[in-house]
Design a protein around this ligand. Sequence first.
Ligand code: ZN
Length: 356
Amino acid sequence: MTFPKQVDFSGWVCPKCKGDLKIEDGGSSCEPCGKRFNNVLGFPDFRLRYEDSKNQMVLARTFRENWDKLTYEDMVRLRFSGLRQRALARGKSPADFKMWDIDEQAHLATYKTRGGRHLSVLKSRLQQQDSSVDIGHLVDVGCGWGRDLLHLACLAKEAIGLDVSVFSLLITKKLLEEQGIVNATLVLAEAESLPLRPGCIDGINCSGAIEHMRIPGDFLRECSRCLGESAWVFLFYPNRFSVLPESHTGIWGLGYFSTARQKKIVLNRLGSEWETFLFSRRGFLRLLKSTCKYKKVSITGIPPGVEDFLSTSKFSLMFPHMYSVAKHILPAFRLAPGLERLVSFFCPVHFVLISR
Ligand SMILES: [Zn+2]
C-alpha cells in the first residue's frame, strides 16, 4: 500500500489554547495544555468536537485498505451507493433521494473543471480589490472532496486542505494524487478552532461550507486571527433568497421562511434534520461586522466568470435552458451597480471577498 507523506508546515498550533505543539510518535501534543492529538488514517487530527459516524469510518477504512485499487471516481460512487443503501434500509423510496442522483452525476461530470472555474472567479475578484494573487500559504476550509483545492493549490506555494471528515480527506488525497498535485497538506480540523499560528496564512478559501458550521461567527474570528497583513478570505454560501430550489434539499423557496419553519418543512418533506443556516447578504454582513475587523468586503451574486462556474453546478443539469439564457444576460447586469445589487438578491450563491 502506498500512502505518500504529507508536506511539512511549521504553522500548526493547538486548536484549543493555541500553544506550541510537540511532535510525538503517531501524533503531537500541546505543551501548555497537555492535549494530545493523534493521527487518524494518516492525517493529523486537530478536531475538538466532531467525530465521524460509524458508517463514515467504515467507508474511510475501505478506502485506506483498497488504496491502490480504487480511483477517485470509484470512491465518489461508493459514497453515494452507501447513502442510498442506508436510505432504502430506513424505508425510503428511490424517489426520495433524487437529489443524490443529481449530485453524483454533476460531481462526476465536473470534478476536474469546477475548481478551475471557481479559481477564475476568485482571481477576478482579487484583481478588482487589488489583493495579492500570488501567495505563500493558502487554506481551503471545508475542502470536502478536493475539487477546489486541486486548482487553488496553484495560487500558493503551499496549500492546506482542512475538513472534519476522514473519508472526505481520503477522497481529496486520491484526487490530488491522480492529478499530480504535490504542494498540498491535508488535516482534520474544525473551522471554528483552526490549528494555525496567528498571522501565518495569506489566503483562506471556504466554498459552500460556512452555512454548515456550528458557529459561523467563530470561524470568521479565527480567519482574522490566522491571516497575515493584506491577506484575504474568499467564500461563497447559498443565497437564502435564491429563485432556484434550495441547493441541499431541492425545496423551492425554503429560505423565504423563518429558520424554525425551515426545520419543520425539511423534517416533513425529507424526514431529516435541518441544521444548515441560509444567509442573506444582509444577514452575512451583520455577522461579519459583529465578529471581526476588515478593510474591505464585497458581496455579489454575479462576479465575472460566474456563468462558467454555474455551468458546473447541479442546477445547470436540472435547468439547462435557464443557464443558457443567464449566460447571455448576466454581463449586462454587471454594468450598473444598482442592477447588479438587484439581480444578486435573487442569485443562487453569493461570493464574498474580505480583505484585511
Ligand atoms: Zn493546548
